[in-house]
Design a binder for this molecule. Sequence first.
Ligand code: GLA
Length: 748
Amino acid sequence: MAVYVNQIQQLFTLETKNSTYQMGVHPTGVLLHYYYGRKTGRESLDYLYECYDVGFSGNPDEAGTDRTFSLDTAPQEYSGSCVGDYRLNSIGVRNADGTGAVDLRFISYEQSKGKYGRKGMPAVYGSEKDADSLVLHLKDKATCLAVDLWYSVWEDYDLITRAVTVRNETGRTLHLTKAASMLLDILYGDWEILHFHGRHCMERQPERVVLPHGRMAFESNRGTSSHQHNPFVVLCDRRTQEDFGECIGVGLLYSGNFSIQTEKDQLNRIRLVAGIQEKDFDFVLEPGEEFETPEAVMVYSGDGFTPMSQKLHRLVREHICRGKYKLARRPVLINNWEATYFDFNEEKILDIAKGAAELGVEMLVLDDGWFGKRDADNSGLGDWIVNTGKLKGGLKPLAEKINALGLKFGLWFEPEMVSEDSDLYRAHPDWAVQIPGRKPCRGRFQLVLDMTRKDVRDYLFDMMCAVLDEANIEYVKWDMNRSVCDAYSALLPPERQGEFYHRYVLGVYELYERLIARYPDILWEGCSGGGGRFDLGQLYYTPQIWCSDDTDAIERLKIQYGTSFAYPISTVGSHVSASPNHQTGRSTPFETRGIVAMAGTFGYELDLNLLSDEEKGRVTGQIERFKKYYDVIHFGDYYRLTDPFENELFTAWEYVSRDKGEALVHIVSTHVLANTPQFGLRFKGLQEEAQYEVQVWTDGKIVKNQKAKVLSGAVLMHAGIVVPAVWGDYKCSEIYLKRRDCACEPEK
Ligand code: GLA
């Protein structure tokens, strides 16, 4: 049991292994929030909130002559609008009378075993053993607007999921202009926020800032969750580090316009509100209709960022990702994009496949350019029919030949887009998103298809099924290469145009769901110009996402570091690409590119035939090692050993198997020094008393004459090791530990 209700005190306590979350009903009926933090027990913490008269913070009618209770100062679970709380609201409406008032009071609650769901949207899933749920029914007594607050408690993960359902019981048409998935009020403390910003080719860069008085917002209005901001933030104490201090990770399972807002108010209290972005959002609810918000997760750690990330990683792997590849090892792939761009034919692809197969690669992915009239990025999108100019016999014989080489075959799609120079656009110009009377803004020369429309989605479903049925395709990369604007759907009436962005996301989810149901064995990879739609919602449909269009291993150290705060290694699409790198011109050793790509799904994105024999040998070695270490890397616990934004000399990270029998540390030198001092590095997550065999590799070769062969977990974690000295740019080292009694065999 993780949900405790004290009916007499009207107190609701959600308890996980290490955290307590408590709320209670005030005599006025307002649902108050008392506490979220390290586990305290179930006694009432209502005393933490002291009511006192605060000037210019008015009092609701129920307070009578008591001037101490104000919605403007009370810590709440879900704040109303226009009725005396001047801080961030969680709900916004335009009532039938034109007012924006919402004033919510507690009505009743229900408890259940297991997890509530979300209609047509991603949701954390689990059995009755995994989670306990609570729903709190609130109502605006004047209008009868009903709001349900959903909570599921994941005891073992120190995690609470939240979502909200708004029901129009007012008897009149209502416009919903904001419906947050969650609000969190914090009464005391020195709080900072860690958020993840970026741009195309440089996603999820962490930035930690002190919360100022006033408001901040981390958000997207680009139609996708975006490269620019990620729908995941961490509230943390001023002193919190990887292994120390309190933090609360907050993420949204949503792939569209979102907003995570914070406010530090006049009394230094913190409010965080997360959900769909209110800009461009206006949803009409007819009497009796309801609106479900996307789901939010809150994960608590009292011991720093590392446990927070590890708990969320486990949740993503076990209760968000679905399908065959949730557990099955993903094939090592070769993708032709950076090898050929649009310039390929069947012969060239087979040549790349053959060279790759000989070195141990397991799947060829044919990227952009195989369909329609697609010789450059200004034509062909929407025409999902094979380009027989390039691939003479079509996809079937190509897939057969690739399969005959012992490789699986995968294919790229960009379903949501249309080129003006395409048969689809010529036949259905109205399917492209554009505002009547205006020329739409192009992005990468392309327009966006109106995914709110069922006929558009049916067309895409039929076209994609025809391709997927024609040949043996075992992997699909679903790309999305521009931001959305000119929001307008020809099928929505004027008063419903504000529903466009949310309906767009629901449309994408619906198409995903249909395709996944029909092709359960396909491995799906999400992508939006790299990591422009890298969010918890997307991972419900695709267990991996292309992390960034920046394939430079040194840049990836920072991108993958930021990504790791919320997202597990198993979800991070990462490939070895050519040197000098195509995005930066930087030259990086092959081995380093290999270990950086191993911190992800692992594959290659270059023509392996062009490598020297020595490099080809490294490819085979890397693939063998990746397969050997797969379970430790993908299912183990991940540790950030250094912060690449602080440590300019080297970046290190570690994977430890769940049973602590094996560990692997990778170190990349980012700046080499002459006459270098020694640097130490401490392992994490080992068993203190266990003895570990230590193997050190630099630049892909085992280091001979190691002094220390067997060391205890305590020594490795407290005294640490000396970082192997390297010579030359961007060299790497690998340290493999095997517990003496572990059945796993170390590399010879
Ligand atoms: C996007 C993807 C790339 C590649 C190209 C093809 O940028 O992120 O990996 O697929 O599109 O156009």
